[in-house]
Design a binder for this molecule. Structure first.
Ligand code: NAP
Length: 225
């Protein structure tokens, strides 16, 4: 089974956990059971951001900032499959994978800031997945949204305000077992790829948290027994 359980307090890592039945969906058969852990929270967040918050539809354009990460990988796949035109930012280590997910254009943000690379262009939807400490950096991304478009953001604190009819959607992913079951079916049909950045043994859990604390864990790390 796979599930997305909200983090409600200090926790632990364990091989088994108790979960309410209504948040569970059958795990995909096409990937290793442990690797299935790389699906629920990030894929649901990507889906909800694009379709429930931003209302993305076929023929629209979307900029996905931070597409090299776990949420971004699913967002690119879902947006491209929905018939949107996808522009994505990714570093050199992820660019090829992001392109293979269906991004029509991949911008290497380590070489050129995205706002420069797309200067003069605007998108129906901008999905931001990158922590940007300066409000002005977020504002520059909002400027890339067409009048009346949507700026969707998964990262706090989010933008203070938007103009030109741009809707600001601050995304908080939530558990949705029915949607998760649909995403699992897409994995089993080879329509959606699950990317695992690292697999590390439970005995290394401390090191995993240490890496996380210094932002060295991009993508999904799966802890295996
Ligand atoms: N609100 C919610 O419900 C929710 C749910 C899930 C996640 N989140 C948040 O959403 C964000 C993304 O999550 P995630 O799991 O995808 O994170 P992740 O796997 O750690 O991915 C982060 C990616 O951001 C890319 N990146 C870093 N700096 C960048 C920059 N300046 N421009 C463009 N890309 C840059 C890196 O890509 P490269 O590898 O290509 O260099 C990295 O892989 C995180 O802040 C996370 O906390 C929120």
């Amino acid at each position: 089974m796979v599930a997305w359980l909200p983090i409600a307090g200090p926790g632990a890592a364990a091989e088994y956990a108790v979960a309410p039945a209504e948040v569970l969906a059958g795990a995909p058969a096409r990937v290793e059971l442990a690797d299935a852990a790389a699906l629920p929270s990030v894929a649901l967040t990507a889906w909800q951001a694009l379709f429930e918050h931003a209302g993305l539809s076929a023929g629209q354009s979307v900029l996905i900032n931070g597409a090299g990460g776990a949420v971004g990988g699913y967002a690119v796949q879902f947006a491209a499959q929905a018939g949107a035109s996808v522009t994505a930012t990714a570093g050199p280590g992820s660019a090829e994978r992001v392109a293979s997910y269906g991004a029509g254009r991949v911008i290497d943000y380590t070489a050129t800031p995205v706002v420069e690379a797309v200067a003069g262009e605007r998108f129906d939807v901008v999905l931001n997945l990158v922590f940007l400490p300066q409000q002005e950096e977020l504002d520059k991304l909002v400027d890339l949204v067409v009048d009346g478009g949507v700026f969707a953001n998964t990262v706090p604190p989010g933008v203070a305000q938007t103009g030109r009819g741009v809707r600001n959607a601050q995304v908080f992913g939530r558990s949705d077992a029915a949607r998760l079951a649909e995403l699992v079916a897409k994995v089993d049909a080879s329509e959606v790829r699950v990317h695992v950045a690292q697999r590390r043994p439970l005995a290394e859990l401390r090191g995993v948290h240490e890496d996380l604390a210094v932002f060295k864990l991009a993508g999904k790390t799966v802890v295996v027994p």
